[in-house]
Design a protein around this ligand. Structure first.
Ligand code: NDP
Ligand code: PYC
Length: 338
């Protein structure tokens, strides 16, 4: 039985930021990356929390992410705003474009933020939650690496392509869902491999296309899309909208560019923001009040809203601190010494 240590959210943030600064990442980017990683750990999203530090440091050491890239905002005054991440991390690029995206969505009803050439390692709920806190609904999507076989196929072709949606709620946490379009995120399979535990049936096939519960065989074979042909089609849409349409890598090209899937992927990302008040203006109804009529009745059926678990975990972490295992604390110490 391993022991665990409680660390405050602020203390963990300071340690993770320092690790990235020591690795040569410019201060603003180190801060944005650390904020994202610590938020993942705080909300008990283990597959995108401090587990990701090692992967980020490996891409930095391989020279495949630019530590000093300064995201460049290109705003022509139209609905589509662009931020060129310049081969740096996606998180500072989103922060660079967020205010312009929100302003344009409020002016025009909707607007899109295109992030170009970024190293993407994170969960997408950060983006949509931030926009919901600004009163906006939004979608966030990006390709990944081609690890997923299309429904009916056996070989990797599509990415694990995450998809997130956020909707603002008056006086409450926003409605947010965020999931990989594979049955599970690759990070989840990697955590099973690390722990030496089998993955659930239905997540993946091995190199021969046979169903497997062995995480190593799954990582060498193909992951499966969620929901059969439906998830396969949504994942394909993400390849087209956030890859082909942007002129950025689709998941197969991202894999080729990085020379295999051992390093985190570099590609583009698309975030679309909607101002609910603009859309509803002529109806005379309040869209957020209308939304509450739906969102407040889930619990009566025993159902929960997506992100409820995460918000509860956040509350717990903020009150009691974040619990890290001995191994995780040792790893943080090691990263600090490197
Ligand atoms: P999960 O299956 O863990 O969760 C998906 C969503 O469903 C969450 O919003 C979750 O809320 C919600 N949810 C889970 N169970 C229930 C339930 N019983 N009732 C209602 N809602 C529920 O996500 P994945 O493993 O698919 O993805 C994990 C993360 O990986 C995502 O954040 C995604 O962005 C990230 N990812 C990133 C990639 C990248 O390229 N950057 C690629 C692939 C994935 P809650 O959190 O509260 O449980
Ligand atoms: O968990 O599939 C994943 C993933 C890929 C890139 C970042 N997360």
């Amino acid at each position: 039985m391993t022991g665990h240590h409680l660390i405050t959210v602020e203390a963990l943030f300071g340690r993770v930021r320092a690790i990235f600064e020591n690795a040569g990442v410019r201060a603003e980017s180190a801060e944005a990356v650390a904020r994202t990683i610590v938020a993942g750990e705080r909300d008990h999203c283990k597959s995108h929390g401090i587990y990701r530090i090692e992967g980020c440091l490996r891409v930095l050491a391989a020279g495949k992410v630019s530590p000093d890239a300064v995201p460049q905002l290109h705003d022509s005054g139209k609905a589509v705003i662009e931020v060129d991440a310049g081969g740096g991390f996606a998180n500072p690029a989103f922060e660079t474009g967020k205010a312009a995206l929100a302003d344009r969505a409020r002016q025009s009803g909707l607007a899109a933020l295109v992030i170009r050439d970024c190293l993407h390692f994170s969960a997408l709920w950060h983006d949509v939650e931030a926009l919901a806190e600004m009163g906006l609904a939004s979608l966030s999507l990006c390709p990944s690496y081609a690890f997923v076989a299309p429904a009916g196929g056996k070989e990797p072709l599509l990415g694990t392509n995450p998809f997130a949606f956020g909707w603002p709620r008056p006086g409450d946490h926003p409605y947010v869902f965020d999931f990989a379009t594979s049955v599970a995120a690759r990070g989840e399979i990697e955590l099973h491999r690390r722990a030496g535990t089998p993955i659930p049936e239905g997540w993946a096939v091995d190199e021969d296309g046979e169903p497997t519960t062995d995480p190593n065989a799954a990582l060498n074979g193909a992951m499966l899309p969620f929901g059969g042909h439906k998830g396969s089609a949504i994942s394909t849409m993400i390849e087209l909208l956030a890859g082909a349409m942007l002129g950025e890598f689709m998941s197969r090209e991202a894999l080729d560019f990085m020379g295999g899937g051992n390093l985190l992927p570099r590609h583009g990302a698309l975030i679309v923001a909607f101002d609910p008040q603009s859309f509803a203006a002529r109806s005379g109804r309040d869209p957020l009040a209308e939304g509450e009529k739906l969102l407040t009745v889930f619990g009566a059926q025993g159902a929960r809203l997506p992100s409820e678990r995460r918000f509860k975990a956040r509350q717990q972490s903020q009150t009691n601190g974040i619990a890290l295992t001995d191994a995780e604390m040792d790893q943080l110490d090691r990263f600090e010494r490197e």
